[in-house]
Design a protein around this ligand. Structure first.
Ligand SMILES: Cc1cc2nc3c(=O)[nH]c(=O)nc-3n(C[C@H](O)[C@H](O)[C@H](O)COP(=O)(O)OP(=O)(O)OC[C@H]3O[C@@H](n4cnc5c(N)ncnc54)[C@H](O)[C@@H]3O)c2cc1C
Ligand SMILES: *[C@@H]1O[C@H](CO)[C@@H](O)[C@H](O)[C@H]1NC(C)=O
Ligand SMILES: *[C@@H]1O[C@H](CO)[C@@H](O)[C@H](O)[C@H]1NC(C)=O
Ligand SMILES: *[C@@H]1O[C@H](CO)[C@@H](O)[C@H](O)[C@H]1NC(C)=O
Ligand SMILES: *[C@@H]1O[C@H](CO)[C@@H](O)[C@H](O)[C@H]1NC(C)=O
Ligand SMILES: *[C@@H]1O[C@H](CO)[C@@H](O)[C@H](O)[C@H]1NC(C)=O
Ligand SMILES: *[C@@H]1O[C@H](CO)[C@@H](O)[C@H](O)[C@H]1NC(C)=O
Length: 507
């Protein structure tokens, strides 16, 4: 059954002005693009380029089929695309007749519609993927469609690094707009705090720069404010001197959980004494092996073997250990997470404590037990990823002169971040895994609130569509994002015509 967009919007509880695109209006938008100066960059279903673009999203469930995809090569192309897509509505200015479009860089966000649209037009930035190192300024100019592993490989040739994704294929564009947690975070703060200039195409098609001197309000708002203001076509980011590190994956039996937890709480509180050390913990149950393993990427951002920061973890007997001296590129090439599954992520933040971690594991295990008899697919995984979120991430060396909109500066305690991450192969299990994952997060949140260990910050880059990460930035930041969005996009194009992602109009 095809619903008309106004009815569909009403069913989805959206305001009518956020109505979905109709196939008819999407066809008109694609035709207009095909006739424009970027016509040769528009691809349609059936072509190889279209197929390649659709299948290059990390999660299968976000591989929607847009009416057409446009693949710009430059900021000028993006500008002309935006001008075409905002002009097509013509005299008829009701929302469902306006072009609806999506913006994607690396395509790693895991909920359908964040970075893609169907029907509608997807602006795929993946051909804008080069990096230039400006040695004298110590700056890397990175285009949004780059993948971090390519950025690292290029910069390594110049003896430098940048704070970016810890899994090689992750995209640059979305990552830097939502914050960006890297191996270097405790040394230099979140990746977004290291961006010194953004080049942005506004809804009007105008190309502007935002930095500490020009468009300072936009500069600050882009540090966490995501897709609310325009399309970023270039990021200039401060480089770090040395790409050489020590690290790797250390894998443990599930039975070592009770040793990992106290070691982790201590590690998090010690990061301010040794900000070179980075630890991530992944407790993963895999249905094909019927076992839970604990994988811990231990990474040290200088080439020093077995640093004391991880001492408590070395005492726990491991199953395998790939630690070695290696570059950032090499380590992020190793640390990958299987693509090609249906995925859901939900995330929350808590104060650093053993109670939260024990509860996190108890909930993980109860959801595994619940899924085993109910899942119909062959290959699925239920995982919890825990990451230190020490206050040094937003204090001390993180200061960039203008701050950001994440609202972390309201807090003065070390935190930890929990990400429930479920992956499965069969769409028949969609409802099951979404329910279990949402319940897991809700149960941990409720427990944390009951012991006063809950923190309202929700990391946007891991958040699900059922969550409201912008609200977690605090009222003042939400108001600031709203004002900046209204100033740079007075017609609300990025609120109504670009429905994907976390929108301040819905926060
Ligand atoms: C396997 C995996 C590993 C990850 N590792 C890390 C990690 O180490 N650290 C970390 O902090 N996060 C990590 N993440 C989360 C990651 O930061 C987000 O998925 C992020 O969105 C990835 O950026 P992207 O370019 O792929 O985003 P996309 O999925 O392409 O886009 C995300 C959102 O940003 C918008 N957007 C994208 N580009 C632009 C642009 N140029 N201008 C305006 N809006 C834009 C999109 O419209 C969309 O709403 C990981 C995720 C996965 C799946
Ligand atoms: C909005 O425009 C579309 C396409 O032109 C049209 O079909 C629809 O009836 C209009 N809706 C309203 C509420 O005017
Ligand atoms: C940029 O993307 C193109 C097309 O996918 C690819 O061939 C090229 O290797 C990429 N460049 C870099 C630096 O990753
Ligand atoms: C993992 O260990 C926990 C105890 O921490 C146990 O309850 C659970 O059953 C184990 N899971 C598996 C799959 O062995
Ligand atoms: C893993 O175990 C091996 C064998 O006991 C040990 O030599 C190695 O140091 C351990 N690795 C880590 C990182 O603790
Ligand atoms: C990383 O380095 C190891 C040697 O330590 C090598 O075997 C491996 O191929 C390298 N990986 C990449 C992606 O370069
Ligand atoms: C489960 O493990 C198998 C074997 O290692 C692997 O191929 C598969 O990708 C894993 N499944 C998930 C959902 O991660």
């Amino acid at each position: 059954m095809k619903l008309n967009s106004t009815v569909a919007a009403a069913l989805l509880g959206l305001a009518p002005e956020l109505a979905l695109a109709t196939p008819d209006s999407a066809d008109r938008c694609c035709r207009a693009l095909s006739k424009s100066t970027v016509g040769s960059q528009v691809v349609y279903p059936g072509s190889d380029a279209y197929h390649e673009s659709v299948t290059s999203y990390w999660a299968v469930n976000v591989q929607l089929e847009p009416t057409c995809i446009v693949q710009p090569h430059s900021a000028d192309d993006v500008s002309s695309i935006v001008q075409t897509l905002t002009a097509v509505s013509g005299a008829n200015s009701n929302a469902s007749s306006r072009c609806q479009f999506a913006v994607r860089s690396g395509g790693h966000m895991t909920w359908a519609g964040a970075n893609n649209i169907e029907p509608g037009v997807t602006i795929d930035l993946s051909l804008m993927n080069s990096t230039v190192f400006e040695k004298d300024a110590g700056i890397a100019s990175i285009l949004p469609g780059s993948r971090w592993q390519a950025v690292y490989e290029y910069l390594e040739g110049h003896g430098v690094a940048v704070p970016g994704g810890r899994t090689g294929p992750v995209g640059v564009g979305g990552f830097l707009l939502g914050g960006g947690n890297s191996f270097h975070g405790a040394r230099v703060g979140l990746a977004c705090d290291n961006v010194v200039n953004y080049e942005v195409v506004l809804a009007s098609g105008r190309i502007v720069n935002a930095n500490a001197e020009t468009n300072v309000d936009l500069f600050r708002a882009l540090k966490g404010g995501s897709s609310n203001f325009g399309i970023v076509t270039k990021y200039d980011i401060k480089t770090i001197d040395n790409p050489n590190m020590w690290g790797g994956l250390v894998v443990f039996e599930n039975s070592t959980t009770d040793q990992q937890i106290p070691a982790l709480v201590k590690f998090i509180d010690n990061i301010e004494n040794d900000p070179y050390a980075s630890w991530i913990g992944l407790w993963q149950y895999n249905s094909t092996t019927e076992a839970t393993t604990i994988t811990t990427p231990l990474d040290y951002t200088k080439p020093e073997a077995f640093p004391a920061a991880f001492d408590d973890f070395y005492r726990i007997p491991n199953i395998s250990d790939s630690t070695r001296e290696a570059t950032l590129f090499n380590l992020t090439s190793e640390l990958q997470q299987a693509e090609g599954y249906r995925d859901v992520f939900l995330t929350s933040s808590y104060y650093n404590s053993e109670e939260i971690l024990y509860k996190m594991i108890e909930i993980l295990n109860s959801k595994i037990d619940e899924a085993i008899p109910l899942a119909t697919g062959e290959d699925w995984s239920i995982m919890v990823i825990v990451q230190p979120w020490p206050k040094i991430l937003w204090q001390k060396n993180a200061d960039n002169g203008v701050g950001n909109v994440l609202g972390l500066d309201r807090f003065d305690e070390n935190m930890l971040q929990v990400l429930y991450d479920y992956s499965w192969d069969s769409d028949a299990d969609d409802a099951l895994f979404h329910r279990l994952c949402e319940e897991a997060m809700a149960e941990l949140d409720a427990y944390a609130k009951s012991i006063d260990m809950y923190n309202p910050y929700i990391y946007l880059n891991y958040a699900d569509k059922t969550q409201n990460p912008l609200r977690g930035y605090g009222d003042e930041n939400v108001e600031f994002i709203r004002e900046v969005a209204a100033r740079y996009d007075p017609e609300g194009v990025f609120q109504t015509q670009v429905p994907g992602g976390f929108k301040v109009s819905k926060a």
